[in-house]
Each structure stands twice: as C-alpha cells, then as structure tokens.
Design a binder for this molecule. Structure first.
Ligand code: MIG
Length: 801
C-alpha cells in the first residue's frame, strides 16, 4: 500500500488488506479487514465493472446510464491467487487485485503487457454534510498516455494535463475553457503504448476528472456521493473502446428519419406565421435545400408548454400542413418549466397528480424561467414520464409537428446563483429516492427520454425526432443534441469542431453546433466557413439568438449564399453516405466522426490533432478556422487520399498545404472508396430518381465500401426491409473489378448506378457484367470515365489500355 500521509491528513480513508473473497458466476467480492468490499463483475471479455462499498452493503444496483440491452457474456473466466494477488483472467484481460491494498492492475491477456494500474486506487472521504462518501480513484498515468472523451468539453481533443467537472450547466456564451457546460458524460478513453482502454464512471453525482494535471503521473476521478462504480473497457483499438462504451450505454433505439439528416433552419424566434413562411419560401426560391424549420419559445401562449399563441399562429395545424406540403418538417421547442397557473391544464393536472419536484421539507421546487415562476416535473419518476409522453398527442398526432426540441433541461433556473435547482430538491430516481445532488445530471436525459416516448407513440408509424441540450451518458438512445449557446467567433468555430468530434468519441454521434453562432453576429466569411464544417456534422442546423439581426444563408450577400448552397447541396448528395454511417453507428456503435487519433492511433502524430477528422469511413475533412484563408496546412493520415476537388492523390502520414478559397474547404476521399450520391433535392423525398451516382476512386489494390438503404422512415427496416450492399474494389494496372453483395429485402426505387471513375490509369476498352461482355455504347459512356448500369450485378469488370 502506498500510504500517503498527506492524503490521510486531509481526511482520506483507504482500504486495508483483503481477508476474504467469494466468487459467484461472473462476480467476485473481495472483503477487506476495515470493511471495504470490492465487487468485480465481468460484463464481457473486454469489459469489467469495479464497484466499491465502504459499509459492507451496496446500494440498489440501478443505472440510467447502462442499458438493459447491453451485451453481456464472456467466453472464459478464471480466478487464481498467489502470495500477493488474486488474478482474474478473461480471454482479453488479466486483472490483478493486490491482497494488501485492494489495488487493481489490468493487463492484455495476449501479450501480458500492462494496460492500466491503480496508483493509490480507491479511497474516500466521509461526507459529514450529506452522509455517505466522497468516492475517489487514482490511477497511474504513463508518460506518453493521452486522454479523450468526456462529452461536450470545448477544449482540444486530447485532454491530457487538464482537469474537468461534470455538472450539467446552462452556459450562455461559454468559452473554450468554460467547464462544466451543458452535459455530463463521465467517460474517457486513454491510449498508451498503442493500447486504448476506456473508463466509464457511472455515477450521476457531480464528478471530477484529473488527467495528470495535479500530478504528472496520476489520473484521477472522484464524485461527491454515490459509489465508486466504474467500467473498464479494453480495445486495444480506440474505436472498439468507443463501441464497447456505446454498447453499454446504448445505441440510438431507431435510425433517424432521413429528413432529420437534412439541413435545418432555426432562430429565436420565427413568428408570426407569415415570418415562418417567408423564411421557408426564400429557401425554395433560392434553391437552398432545407428539411426543417424550428419554432422557438415564442410560438407558445405566454411560454406555456403545449399551447400556441393564437395571435401569431391562428391555425397551427393548417400551417404545419402547408409547410409539410412544401417539404418542411416543423420542430417545436418544449422546456421543462411549467407555469404556475391554475387555469392552465398541464399545470393543474401535474399539481393534482403530484408530478412536480419538491424541496426536502415538502414545498414545491419553484423557479423562474421563461414563463415566470414555474414548477418542474420530476422526470425521474416513471409515472411522470408516461404523463409527459402523453402530452405530445395533440402536437404530434393532430397538429403534425415532426420533432421536439428540449431546452433548459440542465435544469436551468434564472436569477439564482447556481443557475439550477438547490441541492435539497427531492427526486424519485425510478424508485431510489434521492436529492438533486444525485439527480441533477440525469434530469435532462429523463426529460428527453419521456419526450422521445411521446414522439415515438404519436408519430407512429414514422420515426421520432428529438433534440436535447443537456445529457448524461445514454441519452444518445433517445435523442440528438446540440452544443448550446455558442458565440459567432472564429474561436467558436474551432470549439464546434472539437465538440462534435468529442461527442462522437463519447458515444453520441448525433450532434452539431448552432451554425454561425448563437450569440453575436457572424461576418459572412465566418458563416460560410461554419456551414462548410456543419454540413459534415450529423446534426446540421443554423440557429441564432435573433437579437442581432438575421442568420439565414442569404443575409450575407450573394457570394455567401452561393457557397452555402454549394455545401448544403453536397450534404444532400452525400445523404446516402451519411445514412450508411448512421446505420453503422446504430448497428454497432461506430462513431460517425473519427478524430484522427481514433482513425489511426498507431500513428502518434495523430494524438494531439484536433482539426482534421474522418467523416464516416472514407471522407477526410479539415475545416478552415481562420479568416482570410486561401488554404491551410493540415495533416493527412496514413494511406492515400484524393483531393475531392482536384482528384490529386496524396500520400498521407505527413502535413500538406491545401488550397481552399472561401468557396472551398479541404475534403479528401480515401483511395479505393466508393462514395454514393443522390441527386440534389430541395428536401428529402422531393424527387423520385431512377439512378444514383457511385463515385469510384481508383486504387491499385483492394478497398471495401458499404451502402445501407431502407425506406428512410418507419420501422420496416427492423423487419428485414433494408438493403446492405458491400462493394469490393480491386484495382490493377489495366483492370478494375467491383464485386457487389447485397443483403436484406429492401429494394430502392432507383434501378441504375451512374458510376464515375476517378483517376483510372487506363482508358476503358471493354466491360463485362457478371461475365457477359457489354457493348460500351450501351452504357451511355460519357467521356471514358462514366458509365450507367443496372444496379443489380455481382461483378463489374473493366478492362483498359
Ligand atoms: O434562455 O429558447 O440554448 O437555443 O434559442 C435561453 C430560447 C433559452 C436557450 C437555448 C437556445 C434557445 C433559447 N434558450
């Protein structure tokens, strides 16, 4: 035991030696002389849970973060002991528990190398004020170790040398070093010696993480209450760590409807109806694709949720229908604060049924938000969530609203110093009554969850769409998210880039920033650069506070309007590619955005890079983050990449200068990729088309690509009505072979592929489809680089000279 007198003097307590242990199936308990119990559970071969009790008794084992759908089961588990340790072995991990100190160390079961070890390990401080413990964990940090994750932190991607807090906070105009902000996602991935592992500290109390900030060789995390309860997830690939975490905390329950991946326009606020229509009409007039228009708080009657301001929106059902006819889905905001007003049925019902949060001694939790003094539903109570879901019936089923935007759910309260509920507020916590100290960080997630279930029910058979501001681990199962109130500055463009990447590696890929900035007014150039980045985030929405004029694509003049159109059109062309990436995310937890470290962790040059990221599997993006740029230096990861604009092929593993005037940005395509494209549409489903484009980027050698498709809405895909096409490209000096495999029963409307070949090193002289020679003139060859063929084939063979 490393006895730290300094820590002892500060009131810390430590486990003493193990006196006993017991094993039941997948769980071991170690008992120390001073009454500490360590529970070790093998969740999967590569996932082990550690849980500590200082009283001999564990809390009720309940988690909002871990899903019941998480995979469990292991192929091998063995426990032995020697003079100093207990040794637990799975097919992936060896875990040693030291008899004298309860300290844990973890090794790779294959090469026996150390992955991670406790420094002091578990220790705690008794909390006189609240009872229970302040639970702490310290782990040794290796010299070249790097750290990633933690949700929405605005800083650069690598967290090493920094300390953070997790406490959901309304953070208007936050800055790069503001911490905490809206979300609490206590999960990180670390990489050392090319081995990546993750730690998910599943504790909803205020928690802290220190990545070798206080002490160079120590990483630690602690929480103000609850149990030391964490999951250790081994890669060794970072992508597998993230997948394991996403599996544990849940993938989205459904794919989003495809329209939700289109471009969205928002402002605080569009009203009255004529203003909404003017905006949507201008999108169509200017031919800038757009799928959704948002109504912020002013659509309501005195900010009462589930009401309409009939002066500005006399007939919402008609308006929503007319917008829909023009290809716009309507998304409305719903906040948690319910106005204290006995004439207001939502308030009255919740009051009668006792659904509002109360203070410790019984009074209601009263707080000021937009409607004035409000009470707040306790979304941590199942009955309240069910009631809340039911409130959406009229909005969704009758009026036809297609998506709901949950704001202020940290929860935010105005004019109070801590910006939220006081600590003593009581919550049900699904039958585990507790104070706000424990429920604060999951309040927003439970609201979004109840909202999601309402939409799911009343939008049926269509898919629900929800967006939330606050989130805890697991919120990704129900909702998309945005980063809250950012600012129209260049620094915030970089922050948006960091945050979207960080959210993706924190299991939450359906995320995006307020494009152009919420607070303040962007210059046209900044707006254009932000659009260029934003179209490569899974959630793509322009939003602004509206107190500084307008932020629609056309208010910055023709040049910017044209740039916006060009990039939004590109987003719409790439929808099948994004949808495929989303399917991977929903299917196996693969993050839609990949920071370069996640893409290629073996290359240590990527470990501190934040600017570039891989979008999906095969498109490399690097935003321009400075004014007046004609291009920039960027790192191209290993492998060969085609410049999307020029088709120039670059060898990665080093930095390059890449040209990018204001109407361009650095985009690269991985050699050998097949990138699917739809025709440009003004909104999803606008056109029926008989042909999609496959951009084929020649490679000498092999590369696989996939294309997922289904009906773009509804649930038939869960019953096998999807198609998953795998393309295997094999390029040779004077040949190119594309093999296609299809799985699933869905058959898209289009019957043909237009194949555009990039950088073929030969001129096509002959073509075979499934071993039958085809006349070149039957394929509508334009130039020698494009053909049009029936989509169902197994093997396409190009011969050339
Ligand atoms: O106190 O509803 O982050 O997106 O426009 C501000 C008004 C409340 C904060 C959200 C922002 C939204 C605004 N809301």
């Amino acid at each position: 035991m490393i006895v730290s007198t300094e820590l002892e003097q500060k009131g810390n307590l430590f486990p003493s030696e193990i006196i006993n242990y017991k094993k039941e199936v997948d769980t071991l308990h170690f008992f120390t002389k001073n009454g500490v119990v360590l529970q070790v559970t093998v969740v999967r071969d590569s996932v082990i849970r550690f849980r500590y009790s200082t009283t001999g008794k564990f809390e009720n084992d309940f988690s909002y973060g871990v899903t019941i759908h998480a995979s469990r089961g292991y192929s091998f588990l063995d426990v032995t002991e020697n003079a100093t340790h207990y040794i637990l072995t799975t097919s992936k991990l060896i875990c040693k528990v030291e008899k004298l100190s309860l300290q844990v160390s973890l090794f790779d079961a294959l090469d026996l190398k150390l992955i991670n070890e406790d420094e002091i390990g578990f220790h705690w401080e008794e909390s006189y004020e609240f009872g229970g413990d302040i639970v702490k964990m310290s782990k040794a940090c290796q010299k070249a170790e790097s750290f990633y994750g933690l949700g929405d932190k605005p800083v650069e991607v690598n967290l090493k040398g920094k300390r953070f807090e997790n406490w959901a906070t309304d953070s208007y105009a936050f800055g790069k070093d503001t911490d905490p902000i809206y979300k609490a996602i206590p999960f990180y991935t670390a990489i050392q010696e090319n081995k990546a592992y993750g730690i998910f500290f599943d504790n909803t109390f205020k928690s802290h993480f220190d990545f070798a900030q206080e002490r160079r060789n120590v990483t630690s995390f602690w929480a103000q209450g609850g149990e030391m309860n964490y999951y250790f997830m081994y890669g060794p690939a970072m992508e597998d760590v993230v997948k394991n975490y996403t599996d544990l905390t849940g993938k989205p329950h459904t794919l989003p409807p495809l329209w939700a991946l289109g471009f969205h326009q928002c402002k605080w606020s569009y009203y009255p109806e004529s203003n909404v229509k003017e905006v949507t009409k201008t999108f169509r007039d200017l031919k800038i694709p757009c799928d959704a228009i948002y109504l912020d708080i002013d659509y309501m009657e005195g900010f009462r949720c589930f009401t309409w301001d009939k002066k500005h929106f006399p007939d919402p059902k008609r308006m929503v229908k007319e917008l829909e006819d023009d290809g716009f889905k309507t998304v409305v905001i719903i906040d948690p604060g319910i106005k204290i007003d006995l004439e207001y049925d939502v308030f009255k019902e919740a009051l009668d049924k006792d659904y509002f949060c109360k203070r410790a001694d019984g009074p209601y939790m009263k707080g000021k938000v937009w409607p004035g003094e409000c009470y707040f539903p306790d979304y941590t109570k199942p009955e309240v969530r069910e009631w809340w879901s039911g409130l959406f019936k009229e909005l969704i089923e009758d009026i036809g609203v297609k998506g709901v935007w949950n704001d202020m759910n940290e929860p935010a309260v105005m004019d109070v110093p801590n910006k939220s509920f006081p600590d003593d507020v009581r919550h049900d916590y699904d039958g585990n009554p507790c104070s706000h100290r424990k429920a604060h960080n999951i309040y927003g997630t439970q609201m979004a969850r109840a909202t999601y279930h309402g939409l799911k029910k009343y939008a049926y058979p269509k898919r629900p769409f929800v967006i939330t501001r606050s989130a805890y681990s697991g919120a990704q199962r129900y909702t998309s998210t945005w980063m809250g109130d950012n600012v129209a500055t260049w620094e915030h463009l970089a922050i948006a880039n960091n945050q979207a990447q960080r959210m993706a590696m924190s299991g939450f890929s359906f995320a995006g920033s307020d494009i152009g900035g919420f607070a303040g007014q962007p210059q046209g150039e900044l707006f254009a650069r932000w659009i260029q980045l934003g179209v490569f985030h899974a959630f793509c929405r322009v939003h602004s506070s509206g107190d500084h004029g307008n932020q629609e694509p056309w208010v910055f003049g023709d040049e910017v309007t044209d740039i916006v159109r060009k990039f939004v059109e590109l987003r719409y062309q790439l929808l099948p590619y994004l949808y495929t990436a989303f399917w991977r995310y929903v299917n196996d937890g693969t993050p839609i955005l990949k920071s370069l470290v996640l893409y290629d962790q073996e290359d240590t040059a990527t470990h501190y890079r934040s600017d570039e990221f891989v979008y999906g599997e095969q498109i490399l993006i690097c935003p321009i983050l400075e004014p007046n740029a004609k291009g920039r230096r960027m790192y191209i990861p290993r492998g060969k990449w085609y410049n999307f604009w020029t088709n120039e092929l670059l060898e990665g593993g080093k930095e390059y200068w890449v040209d990018a005037n204001i109407d361009s940005m650095p985009i690269f395509i991985k050699e050998g990729a097949i990138i699917p494209k739809y025709p440009v549409q003004q909104y999803v489903g606008e056109k029926k088309f008989d042909e999609i484009t496959l951009e084929v980027y020649y490679k000498e050698g092999k590369e696989a690509s996939i294309l997922y498709d289904d009906a773009h809405d509804g649930y038939d895909y869960k019953k096998g009505r999807f198609s998953l096409r795998t393309f295997q490209v094999t390029g040779k000096k004077e040949e190119l072979i594309i093999q296609q495999h299809k799985r699933g029963e869905f058959n898209a409307d289009y019957s043909k592929y237009k194949m555009v070949f990039h950088n073929l090193p030969f001129t096509i002289t002959a073509i075979q489809i499934d071993n039958v020679a085809i006349k070149l003139e039957d394929l509508n060859i334009s130039g020698s680089q494009t053909i049009s063929i029936k989509k169902e084939f197994s093997e396409l063979h190009l011969f050339g000279k």
